[in-house]
Design a protein. Structure first.
Lengths: 912, 280
């Protein structure tokens, strides 16, 4: 009997969420792909195709498994359940969706299907699982946003029936856009392409640095049957993109030379089954490797990667105040050290994805992005089209953290769809995502800080070299921002900080939550511990003594008369600190191989662009039928801007949040709210929303000729206005059209007041700084060098918490990323290009996190609110490193503090 | 492409005869090895062959069917000698991986960091292999021959893992990684011990994974510990200078070679002690 005669399956039948289905596809195909692309189950998410992330978890006959490591043919006759089915029809699933929403267990929502499906699997076995059981059950699903703690809370609280508050500024309401995320109907970058879309894949260089020649592309296209092959010569506009004016240096397709491993040289387009079946190694291109530099110290030894950037120095940053060198000679104690960090990968669970379609003389790109308007402007240059010919429609974003600001997938599908006049889609593989997207800059820092005998800082000197990779991306921002922040939130009268961004043959370093500030805090905060210990001053007290207060100049000479809340952060931590220090002493007095330690660190971050205009605009209207529509263009990447901006607008207008209908973001429908980065959306777009709400309210009050005390109610074609004089009604049909869609419309912008920096970096770079102090408690195993975190206590001055629930979510997620930075994460080009070699924290790696919210107000922020996104992770890693040193005397200065490095540091200390 | 789901071992062996095929069971190594592609070679899915699944004991030998999953091993009611194997099962990837991944797949994938190998080595496990020439049995240390290499010949497949019944033994397993779940180990240790009434070891088996191309039994360590008192200080004294020369760790992204050796020594002491305490 021939092999082909037996058992070759022709169509696979099984039950999908209770319904009998037959799926026609190759039976050896991944079940995840078949469910999504052939059975329409887009709630099954794909994050890695290797069983490393768990986003594709489904129940097969009740057991959670990864659909990406299951063959379609293996579920013949089985019962398959997914998040959407469970949230709709399963009693546990419904209760869990409710609990996830109540606890804000979903931020971006990309891991939520895997989390919820895994949790249902557990809850069917145990109705009241322990925390440990929840961790074991969910340990196979990675989340990069939440820090996991609210997911644990949601699973353990599944039976409860609690009311969820809804309201404006200050109300901890569940996220407005949360329901689709917990019910499996949210649509991310890879979920929106029409069925007839062609698939595009990018051909990339396998070498760190190489020249290349293309072969016979026409013959290849004919032989393979592809619809299109694209290379640099097909780029109709300028083959160059970037994010900082003057630093647009990255080609969409390389032209004869590739500068990093993974750089694009071509793209192929065709039907999915054809394109996915091709071996990209067979593409007709020949590479010739060139000498390469992966580290800044090697960069001067290779030819300049970019004209005009001699010795591969991209740019430098500088801030000088007072006379640091002279003042240092007066210091009673000086602490100094060298510190380094590696590339950090953003590790969002949603790989970059997009689809594009041509609509007449315009091109529409649907994609996961943090910066739709910047994407539009970049595409206009690449495609040689007017900006108005481009529409960016952001999908839900499955995590961003800075890397989804830059163009990635969008140019390829836009160009292909433009040329073919057919929809074209792309989704990066995990390896493609990790190896080509931007990274956190590796840092090499030397720092020296001096203090007087009373514990007052007298001077600090900082030198930082940042590996900016092959292209500029946000490198100039890092180089500029670091010297402004490297003092930490402390009075530093004499200060000099130099930074340099150096090109190497690696993926570009770009924006990642903190823009270089987390790296500089990893030098400054450990040295503060050294100074405190040398002076025998309590480490918290030492920091509080030097904390910037209202009226103190920063290192750029900027003075804040209110809202400098760092001292308050230390104050509120003090009782926790004393308790933790006593606990550790009591524990350590017993001896043994496990030692406990406590660490503390402060942090600050200036919200918005550095000394540059970065306005946001918000538009809102009242329709003739009484609907109030908010055009909100700030992309919500999980942090919660859809909710926060709506809460602010509703409060300013004076109506319940439930009155507001939300539109956007969509570059055709929403004005420019800037990019989601630099902790700017709550502060800047929030201010635009406040102004817009106030303006709309003022117009209505004028129409009714009533005072500001009036209460508004919208509906059924009218506005009802009640004040002390009685009720007034405005019949909306009686009003003339105001703009295209509304009878009343308001558009307002806000741009934070900043001043340029002079040649010594003196000036007012930000309108507001947010501040934070965090405390880490942990145990170190002296024989193995392993670190077990016990608790993180995080104090944050947010000015005013627009939504305290979302504040906690940001803090916990930032802390989790700080844990990864401290203990496990490092991207090595060509080596850690998947999620089992590049490690991010799992649910078992994040300890309980207590968030202490301080509200000291702010001169400029909406209702006193400051930004928060970046601040959360800045003190985490230094607090952990300080706690490790407190526990065992070992200073780990070169991250990550993996067990081998911790043990080596323990032994070095012992032998010294 | 062809995708076969035979229901008997004979049918599977017949399909494998004379043709290159890909064997699929849990899929947890099968799919990652493919990258983003779909297999184009004929695929034989073993998961419907009932005779390949399950745990049984007969004639002093425990038999773990090839497609027995890690969850099944983790949750089975097994005697103390298998605690190390069950602890390892709990550490395989995640619940998702444990629900799909199989004991034979873990051996056939032949990763230096395969979680199942150290406990099975310490239990003197053997591998039952079926092929065109009939059935043969190999000791586990002869089955895995190198990184991603096994003694399987064309047309052969693993049908079971066989473990001798040691009712007086206790065991323990320790895995060291840089995070809690879903982690490839830096080092791991399995220990199987038997203690006399006087508190001394009468039998010690120790194996270490992730510290050499193939996990290793450490016979010199075992000999040193044999007869020693099953107490922390005595165990540590034995290990202080114990010969770990079968271990040849490398520097990689997870840890340095030096660290692996130091960690292995410490983990051996802890695992042996844990196993001894299980017996108390």
């Amino acid at each position: 009997m021939a092999l082909a005669d037996m058992d070759d399956m022709q169509g696979v039948t099984f039950r999908l969420n209770g319904q009998a289905v037959r799926v026609d596809g190759p039976p050896a195909e991944r079940l995840s792909y078949a469910l999504r692309e052939r059975a329409g189950a887009k709630d099954v998410k794909v994050g890695c195709d290797a069983g490393d992330c768990g986003a594709c978890t489904v129940l097969i006959d009740g057991n959670p498994v990864c659909a990406c490591t299951t063959a379609l043919g293996q579920v013949e006759g089985a019962a398959v359940e997914t998040q959407a089915g469970l949230a709709k029809d399963d009693e546990i699933g419904k209760a869990l969706a409710d609990s996830f929403q109540r606890h804000q267990a979903a931020q971006c929502g990309i891991c939520t299907p895997g989390m919820m499906v895994s949790a249902v699997g557990l809850l069917r076995q145990q109705d009241a699982p322990s925390e440990e059981a929840v961790m074991d059950a969910l340990g196979g699903v990675l989340c990069r946003c939440t820090g996991y703690r609210k997911i644990i809370d949601a699973v353990m609280d599944v039976g409860a029936r609690a009311e969820t508050p809804v309201g404006g500024v200050g109300v901890p309401m569940a996220r407005i856009d949360g329901l689709p995320k917990v019910s499996g109907t949210e649509r991310f970058g890879d979920d929106v392409a029409p069925e007839d879309a062609l698939t595009l894949r990018v051909v990339r260089s396998p070498y760190h640095h190489a020249t290349f020649e293309l072969g016979d592309l026409d013959a290849y296209k004919a032989a393979t049957g592809l619809d299109l092959v694209l290379t640099a010569k097909d780029v109709p506009g300028t083959n160059c993109f970037g994010v900082i004016p003057g630093f647009e240096d990255q080609p969409m397709f390389a032209e004869g030379e590739t500068l990093f491993k993974g750089e694009a040289v071509a793209a192929i387009v065709g039907p999915a089954d054809l394109v996915n079946g091709l071996e990209l190694a067979d593409f007709p291109v020949t590479f010739e490797p060139l000498p390469h530099a992966l580290l800044p110290k090697e960069a001067a030894g290779i030819a300049d990667l970019h004209q005009g950037r001699a010795q591969n120095v991209m740019c430098r940053g500088f801030v000088k105040r007072g006379e640091a060198e002279a003042a240092m000679t007066e210091a009673a104690v000086i602490a100094e050290g060298s510190f380094s960090t590696g590339f950090i990968e953003h590790g969002y669970i949603e790989p970059e994805a997009a689809f594009a379609q041509r609509v007449g003389d315009r091109i529409e790109v649907h994609c996961c992005t943090q910066a739709p308007v910047m994407n539009k402007e970049g595409l206009a240059v690449l495609l040689g089209l007017p900006k108005d010919a481009i529409r960016i429609v952001p999908t839900a974003v499955g995590g961003g953290f800075g890397s989804k600001l830059d163009l990635t997938t969008q140019p390829y599908v836009a160009l292909a769809a433009w040329l073919l006049d057919r929809p074209v889609r792309i989704t990066y593989s995990r390896t493609e995502s990790i190896s080509t997207s931007t990274k956190r800059h590796p840092s090499e820092i030397t720092m020296r800080i001096g203090a007087d005998a009373d514990g007052n800082i007298v001077a600090a000197e900082f030198d930082g070299t940042f590996n900016t990779g092959a292209y500029a991306s946000w490198g100039p921002t890092v180089a500029n921002r670091v010297p402004i922040h490297a003092s930490g939130p402390y009075k530093t009268p004499n200060y000099v900080a130099r930074s340099a961004g150096i090109h190497t043959n690696t993926a570009p370093s770009g924006a990642f939550r903190g823009f270089g500030v987390p790296q500089s805090a990893l030098a400054q905060e450990p040295l503060y511990d050294d100074l405190a210990n040398a002076l025998d001053i309590d480490r918290l007290e030492f920091r509080r003594r030097n904390a910037l207060r209202n009226g103190d100049p920063t290192v750029t000479g900027q003075v804040f008369e209110n809202g400098m809340g760092i001292a308050d952060c230390f104050d509120i931590l003090e009782d926790h600190w004393k308790r933790a220090v006593a606990d550790a002493e009591a524990f350590n007095s017993k001896g043994g191989r496990i030692r406990r330690g406590v660490g503390i660190a402060g942090g600050w971050y200036g919200c918005g662009n550095t000394s540059m205009s970065n306005p946001s605009t918000i538009r809102a209207g009242v329709a003739a039928d009484g609907r109030v529509v908010l055009h909100q263009g700030a992309t919500d990447i999980g942090q919660g801007s859809n909710t926060v901006i709506t809460q602010i607008f509703a409060t300013a207008l004076g109506v319940p949040v439930t009155t507001i209908e939300l539109i956007g973001p969509d570059t055709d429908l929403t004005p420019d709210a800037g990019k989601t980065s630099a902790s700017r959306q709550t502060f800047i777009t929030g201010n635009a929303a406040r102004l817009c709400g106030e303006a709309l309210r003022a117009r209505i009050l004028r129409l009714a000729n009533v005072s500001d005390a009036a209460e508004l109610e919208f509906g059924a074609g009218e506005i009802r206005i009640a004040d002390a004089t009685g009720e007034h009604r405005i019949a909306l049909s009686s009003l003339a059209a105001d703009g295209e869609a509304y009878v009343l419309e308001a558009v307002e912008s806000y741009d934070p007041p900043t001043l340029p920096l002079d040649e010594n970096g003196q000036g007012s770079p930000y309108a507001v700084f947010g501040t934070t102090a965090q405390m880490a408690e942990l145990e170190v195993d002296l024989a193995l060098g392993t670190v077990k975190l016990l608790k993180i206590t995080a104090a944050h001055d947010v000015g005013k918490a627009i939504n305290p629930l979302l504040v906690e979510g940001q803090v916990q997620g930032g802390v989790a990323q700080g844990i990864g930075l401290a203990l496990m994460e490092e991207f090595l080009p060509g080596r850690t290009e998947n999620l089992h070699d590049y490690l991010i924290p799992t649910i078992g790696d994040v300890p309980p996190i207590e968030t202490l919210i301080l509200e000291t107000g702010d001169e400029h922020g909406p209702y006193g609110a400051k930004g928060l996104g970046e601040h959360c992770l800045i003190p985490t890693a230094p607090a952990i490193l300080n706690a490790i040193k407190d526990a065992c005397g070992a200073r780990v200065s070169h991250l990550p503090a993996t067990p081998d490095k911790v043990l080596a540091a323990i032994r070095a200390g012992r032998d010294a | 492409m062809q995708f076969h789901r035979p229901e008997t071992l004979e049918a599977a062996l017949h399909l494998m005869a004379g043709q290159p095929v890909r064997i699929l069971a849990g899929g947890t190594d099968f799919f990652p090895a493919l990258g983003g592609r779909t297999a184009t070679d004929p695929v034989i899915d073993l998961s419907r062959i009932k005779g390949l699944n399950g745990i049984s004991k007969s004639g002093g030998v425990w038999r773990f069917g090839a497609t027995t999953t890690w969850s099944e091993i983790r949750d089975a009611n097994l005697p103390a000698q298998f605690l190390a194997l069950q602890q390892a099962a709990r550490e395989v990837g995640s619940i998702q991986i444990q629900n799909a991944g199989t004991i034979a797949g873990n051996l056939c994938n032949a990763s230096p960091a395969a979680d199942g190998v150290p406990p099975l080595l310490a239990l003197d496990a053997e591998v039952e292999i079926a092929g065109p020439a009939g059935t043969r049995v190999l000791p586990l240390d002869q089955f895995i021959t190198g990184v991603r290499r096994t003694a399987l010949q064309p047309g052969e497949m693993v049908t079971a893992v066989l473990v001798p019944d040691w009712p007086a033994c206790h065991s323990a397993f320790l895995k060291l990684g840089a995070r809690r779940y879903l982690v490839i180990s830096i080092a791991m240790v399995a220990a199987v011990v038997e203690c006399a009434n006087d508190g001394t070891f009468t039998y010690v088996a120790v194996s270490v994974g992730s510290c050499s191309a193939v996990a290793q039994r450490l016979t010199a360590v075992e000999q040193t510990l044999n007869g020693a008192r099953a107490e922390p200080d005595a165990i540590r004294a034995c290990l202080e200078k114990a010969d770990l020369s079968p271990l040849t760790p490398i520097d990689d992204v997870r840890a340095s070679a030096d660290y692996r050796l130091a960690a292995a020594r410490e983990l051996i002491a802890r695992a042996v002690l844990m196993a001894a305490e299980e017996g108390n």
